[in-house]
Ligand binder design. Sequence first.
Ligand code: SER
Length: 884
Amino acid sequence: MRTLNDIRSTFLGYFEKQGHAVVDSSPLVPRNDPTLMFANSGMVQFKNLFTGVETRDYQRATTAQKCVRAGGKHNDLDNVGYTARHHTFFEMLGNFSFGDYFKADAIAFAWELITKDFGIPKDKLYVTVYHTDDEAAEIWKKVAGLSDDRIIRIGTSDNFWMMGPTGPCGPCTEIFYDHGEAFWGGPPGSPEEDGDRFIEIWNIVFMQNEQFEDGSMTPLDMQSIDTGMGIERVAALMQGTNDNYATDLMRNLIEASAHATSTDPDGPGKTHHRVIADHLRSTSFLIADGVMPSKDGRGYVLRRIMRRAMRHAHLLGAQDPLMHRLVPALVQQMGAAYPELGQAQALIEETLRAEETRFRTTLDRGLKLLDDALDDLPADAALPGETAFKLYDTFGFPLDLTQDALREKGRDVDTDGFDQAMAAQKATARAAWSGTGETADAQLWFDIADAHGATDFLGYDTEQAEGQILALVKDGASVQEATAGDEVMVVLNQTPFYAESGGQVGDSGSIKTDTGVLDVTDCKKQADVFIHIAKLRDGTISVGQGAELSVDHQRRSTIRANHSATHLLHEALRNALGEHVAQRGSLNAPDRLRFDFSHNAALTAAELRKVERQVNDFIRQNTTVETRIMTPDDARAIGAQALFGEKYGDEVRVVSMGRADTGKGADGQTYSLELCGGTHVRQTGDIGMFVTLGDSASSAGVRRIEALTGDAALAYLSEQDARLTQVAGQLKAQPADVADRVKALMDERKTLQNEVAQLRKDLAMSGGAAASPAVGDVNGTSFQAQVLQGVTGKDLPSIIDEMKAQMGSGAVLLIAESGGKVAVAAGVTADKTATLSAVDLVKAAVAEMGGKGGGGRPDMAQGGAKDVAGADAAIAAARKVLEA
Ligand code: SER
């Protein structure tokens, strides 16, 4: 038997031999399309090669492309499980020519591979061509020798392929396989063409035109080929079935589901197993490509598929969460062809398990409510929209899950009523919203949110994407267009720009359309709408345009490194200082990080070094940074740090990094585990290095650490080093000896200062510095007075003490002048203080020199004056005090 894996490698190998580059599947979330929800065919990643906007170093390529058709324009979700060929996930194999070979080779390759390598009998094959394409019909005749009745001309859009309302397009030729009379159906173009007998297996698009927004279509400069082969269908026919779910790969998944639920794969639960097998593929691949279950956008499509599968698991009687237990079977089937599946296995399992555990808490009650509601209704009546909304809002039943449940009973939902209930709830939420003071503004953003829904954030996985401009706001009002120089706020359906929150600053970068370029300086968020704050550099832009969005990579990288380092710092602080350390605020900017935390004392140098060392240890550990979605309660239960007083929704992102023997997390080995919506490095090693700039007080009981990472840390250390080298040069010492040298200089300075003071004193005592010594006996008291030059007030008390000691009994008055400052001091020996106070002497002297006051004790007083010119008068005034 040719297994599906066999068929895939035969296909890729065949085209590789024909000179095609084997290119990896692009991620399911398209980076290069503004409106597409998921990659839905092989050509999506090559869109710009067909139009010539982009060139690569190959002109021929072959791929096995992951595709999801659920949500958006192509939505097969409702039919999955009930038909033989509907899937939410499938693989499209393709060969592509970008201006290289065209019709003749494309047809010849297809025919050779199908009839020779795959060995599919020629007489089972039919082809279609676009009704005017004589050339293709001729080639088929020549290459395959098909008779005219097997070359069917089709004039409808079925044979003219367009990827969407705009873009490259062209006529096609399709190959059909006839499963034989056992099945009902007719050849393409016949009234019975939708039957199960004639199945399209291969489509070649002759890419030769481009369709524009205004409806015009022009020929492309070059002619190209885009082929799509549905591998599930080819596997089915090669394995003798026309049921995709009976092929080896799907069968293995169905059997895994049957085994895990101890049920018969082909028994009454057959549909459930098919739904589960299909949904296991789409949900696992979506999670591996970075989509996480959420309330809106792609994340909600994922959630819808997950929950739909989970209801079927429940109907099979599974007592415990089922889906995550089937992931190993999927990895075994598809992990070799798609290594991302194995790499993300743990994340896929955990995301599925958490979602199913959570959904099970409301699933039973929701189903009971649904049954009761149906019992109360007349048979055949549609379920009221109110009830479907209650199931959605309170029990987490996506509308299509309710519809799926009703389908088995042949009942419908009043979807208009559902929409009305949803609108009413939004209106209530809006009325209750008190606003941030910018009410007029808020109103505008709510209107935009109502009209367009939440912005899908792609920035966890990419820094570049395409988006569609949904609204432009200029001077507080919505506008349709902006012109060069305008400052505008731009809203798109999706964006890689991070909007400021949780301490992480908003991204900057550029938005380009065909007609203009915007510089984005910041991004903020209101009512789940991402607001790009921008200035139109050039041209014009208008609502409805597709745009290329690119985040400033350098800036985002440093922000990311700083944010991840903040998590490591938080944990290192808890380890060094204790569990009381909790985040009180943070800033993750491109140039630095700031972290405020509860702690009462300044950090010692040793503590700071310990913290810094630990953060760097975990940077070098270079473990992968992982993100999971959980309920806040589950997150706290495994030890995740949450912000005190912060309001969390019913689900949170939990970011973990580092391995530690005594760590946290479900395995008790995770070093840092935090609730966080920010963007982070892939590996801790990407942080590079971490340096603190020291710790300071932020407010009572809150300390602040500022720090640098990566290049900024290195630049800081280099700068410090340059300063040290400069100082060493000035000291004529080696950098290593600088500290000792500075200490020696400081000691020497102290010694010199003491010596200088002593010398001044000696000079004063010897009268050498006196401008006008006055010595004598006044009223029975020996009195000495001097004016000292170059002596400061600081030196006076010790000089006075010494003079008093030498005199034995008497009074001293010193007037010192140094650097324009005049200081006055007086001393009275103890035997005289009963009748004479030094304070009076100082006061009298100071008054003569433009000073005021003076104070001290009777034996020693000091004061200051302005002008030494009055020194003689001052000494005379002091004498007067003695005379009195
Ligand atoms: N783009 C075409 C399709 O999706 C052929 O790959 O069918």
